[in-house]
Design a protein around this ligand. Structure first.
Ligand code: PGA
Length: 252
């Protein structure tokens, strides 16, 4: 049985004050969440504060990105060792905003995935197609290529120790969610692709869906057999909405 994971990706949002309110709100509702593991990914500078606030709870904290390098003269970078040092346990890698706005390639993403693992962080590897790629019928080819970059570098067993997030780019922040069937189709493709290499990895790895998940649609998405939770952007910035998504696995 895979434990569902609901991870909040706060992106570049928040101040000390609003984050305090958000975390207090989340903490107040944790008692009503039974099945899901919960994680939040604040902007780097707020991670230590959020780790402190969440001490004594089961909520994990992650980085939204991680450097491919270990340490040294890499201005602006934050290493996996640093994230680990301040109490993070996850790192998102290959988010579509990193890929499309900052031009991060499949190979670069794979190196970040490797760097996260090297320092004991669990990578949350984001994959997903653009709207024009879906329209061209090449969704599986794109997602397959993004996965292969990591498998080629780190091996399939490493995927089994990570988390995958399928996030169709056209559904991120647009209010346009993939239908549960559309999402399930790609999640099943990912699991089958992994199963062809290693059945145990395919069975074990959690594949999250991301892209305009909200309380109103979380349950129908999480009901699908290969959807093991969600990576939540906008809706993770409101405690009540996020908590309702965290409770959705209890209803399915
Ligand atoms: P969204 O973002 O929920 O705001 O669509 C999801 C993500 O980018 O991880």
């Amino acid at each position: 049985m895979r434990q569902p994971l609901v991870a909040g990706n706060w992106k570049m949002n928040g101040t000390r004050e609003t984050i305090q309110m958000l975390v207090d709100g989340i903490k107040a509702g944790l008692g009503e969440v039974a099945k899901a593991e919960i994680a939040v990914c604040p902007p780097y500078v707020y991670i230590p504060m959020v780790v402190d606030m969440l001490a004594g709870t089961h909520v994990a904290v992650g980085g939204q990105d991680v450097s491919d390098q270990e340490s040294g003269a890499y201005t602006g970078e934050v290493s996996g060792a640093m994230l680990r040092d301040v109490g993070a346990s996850y790192a998102i890698v290959g988010h579509s905003e990193r890929r499309s706005i900052y031009g991060e390639s499949d190979a670069f993403t794979a190196r970040k995935f490797a760097a996260a693992r090297r320092f004991g962080l669990t990578p949350i590897l984001c994959v997903g197609e653009l709207l024009e790629e879906r329209e061209q019928g090449i969704t599986e080819a794109v997602v397959g290529r993004q996965l292969d970059a990591v498998i080629d570098l780190e091996g399939v067993a490493a995927i089994g120790e990570a988390v995958i997030a399928y996030e169709p780019v056209w559904a991120i922040g647009t209010g346009k969610t993939a239908s549960p069937e559309q999402a399930q189709e790609v999640h099943a493709f990912i699991r089958q692709k992994l199963a062809a290499l290693d059945a145990g990895v395919a069975e074990k790895v959690r594949i999250l869906y991301g892209g305009s998940v909200k309380a109103a649609n979380a349950e129908e998405l999480f009901r699908m057999p290969d959807i093991d939770g969600g990576l939540i952007g906008g809706a993770s910035l409101q405690a009540d909405e996020f908590l309702a998504i965290c409770r959705a696995p209890d209803a399915v």
